[in-house]
Design a protein around this ligand. Structure first.
Ligand code: NDP
Ligand code: BG6
Length: 467
């Protein structure tokens, strides 16, 4: 089956680890621990991504066990039923026997995020699994995924460091994955960085922004730097404005515990949309090494001018405060539009309009690059619209270019049309992986073709939060 093929393919470049002076293949069993397993991210993204990796053969049951951890007191079966419910509703095509086999890999441990007891219990369960899989002592791999609000990262990291590290130095590893937003502002991000940095070495820490794992976001580097076509156009001489838009057609239902403390700017704009902005606006990196890509992104962010109050709109959708997890008098924005201006040779004068909102009329994430009008227009086509290049990240991944053509027929009139690269039609039969599948796989089995840790946020300054 296709799962087997993937496994073999992946095996040929199986990860290695350094033991003394020797590199040895990572053969120990793998424990994936999802902290915050009762939450929205775990339900909608983490467990489904693990399931799809499992179905494709990237999580062989012989090596892998998955643990859920959170304060909510539920049994293994209750957690499994929640996950089953979501998997079945999302992907009706998944055979139920695959779902059942996958769910058998999952165990749940309940405990708090700042006390020894729960983490000791967790460690015991992980060790039990490692022993049962006859893992060479110490070669086991432990991946801790923090699907939690950032406010608890420091205490959770301390608990992991103290009670849950793999037990010897004979190969294997312990890694932690932390979600965005990384802190609330620059000060708290720096503090968080140093707190986590005291507990783990940099190669053990994965700061994840899942937008970087989306197919069309990954495509931005190729699109911009592998096409002669775009090189002369991608600048202030030709581009009027760039819009980077995120809309969701559902609210924060039940996520008030996390969302209300952060709001839409910290939830979406400061991380996901800024990452996209950087890839759209940056200069060509000298190589695809993650540090070189980061260097170019940082230059873009350093060139962003302070945001003007009159170029910001904030809003809150009606009904937000009806959510019982949201405080009655919450002033947290669920919608924001912000104009960023990049003060450099390429982009001076071109507004980058970032928009994000929850509970709107549709779900969409896209980049719209609007071009200037044609100088000396002899067709009077201005009213029909400008050239526009649209990259739709989701749903239905696509890139299309709006351009003027002659209306086919005897008359000489103009009409706006589209050069359309819709992925579903162009790449029939290709399944585009969910962003989290790529990201999670990269944390335990890095892809040699795209540099390790490409997805990490790597200290992008929190400019917006300085306001
Ligand atoms: P949730 O509000 O669902 O929180 C996750 C879990 O954390 C909850 O089930 C709860 O578990 C615990 N929790 C919630 N609030 C607190 C609190 N104030 N103190 C301690 N524990 C708390 O949030 P999400 O799962 O949506 O988000 C978690 C992280 O994932 C965030 O950093 C978010 O940015 C990120 N993220 C979310 C995505 C999504 O689609 N939801 C997508 C990408 C990233 P319990 O009470 O059982 O311990
Ligand atoms: C997360 C936010 O980072 O992204 C959520 O915390 C949001 O609020 C989610 O719903 C959207 O992700 P996607 O991949 O569905 O666009």
């Amino acid at each position: 089956g296709s799962g087997e093929w993937c496994l073999q393919k992946r095996d040929s470049f199986k990860s290695e680890t350094l033991v003394g002076n020797e590199t040895v293949p990572e053969i120990g069993c793998l424990s994936i621990i999802v902290l915050g397993a009762s939450g929205d991210l775990a339900k909608k993204k983490t467990f489904p991504a693990l399931f799809h990796l499992y179905c494709q053969g990237f999580l062989p049951p012989i090596e892998v066990h998955i643990f859920g951890y959170a304060r909510t007191k539920i049994s293994d079966d209750e957690l499994r039923n929640r996950i089953r419910g979501y998997l079945v509703s999302e992907r009706s095509a998944s055979p139920s026997k695959d779902v059942s086999k996958f769910l058998q890999l999952i165990k749940y441990v309940s405990g708090s995020y700042d006390a020894a007891e729960g983490f000791q219990m967790l460690d015991k369960e992980i060790s039990k699994h490692e022993t049962s899989k006859n893992s060479l002592e110490g070669s086991s791999r432990r991946l801790f995924y923090l699907a939690l609000p950032p406010s608890v990262y420091p205490s959770v990291c301390r608990m992991i460091r103290r009670y849950c590290m793999k037990k010897s130095n004979l190969g294997g590893w312990t890694r932690i994955v932390v979600e965005k937003p990384f802190g609330r502002d620059l000060g708290s991000a720096e503090e968080l960085s140093s707190q986590i940095g005291e507990l783990f070495d940099e190669p053990q820490i994965y700061r994840i922004d899942h937008y970087l794992g989306k197919e069309l976001v990954q495509n931005l580097l190729v699109l911009r730097f592998a096409n002669r076509f775009f090189l002369p156009l991608w600048n202030r001489d030709n581009i009027d404005n760039v819009q980077i838009v995120f809309r969701e057609d559902f609210g924060t239902e039940g996520r008030g515990g996390y969302f209300d403390e952060y709001g839409i700017i910290r939830d979406i704009i400061q991380n996901h949309l800024l990452q996209v902005l950087c890839l759209v606006a940056m200069e060509k990196p000298v190589s695809l090494k993650p540090e070189r890509i980061r260097d170019e992104k940082v230059k873009v962010l350093q060139s962003v001018l302070p945001i003007k109050d009159e170029e910001v709109v904030l809003g809150q959708y009606e009904g937000y405060r009806d959510d019982p997890t949201v405080p009655d008098h919450s002033n947290t924005p669920t919608f924001a539009t912000v104009i960023l201006r990049i003060h450099n040779e390429r982009w001076e004068g071109v507004p980058f309009i970032l928009k994000a909102g929850k509970a709107l009329n549709s779900r969409k994430a896209e980049i719209r690059v609007q071009f200037k009008d044609v100088p000396g227009d002899i067709f009077k086509c201005k009213k029909q619209g400008r050239n526009e290049f649209v990259i739709r990240l989701q749903p239905s991944e696509a890139m299309y270019m709006k351009l003027m053509v002659k209306q086919p027929g005897l008359e000489m009139s103009t009409v706006q049309s589209e050069l359309d690269l819709s992925y579903r039609q162009r790449y029939q039969g290709v399944t585009i992986p969910e962003a989290y599948e790529r990201l999670i796989l990269d944390t335990y089995d890095p892809c040699p073709f795209l540099s390790l840790k490409y997805y990490c946020l790597q200290c992008l300054p929190l400019q917006l939060d300085k306001r």
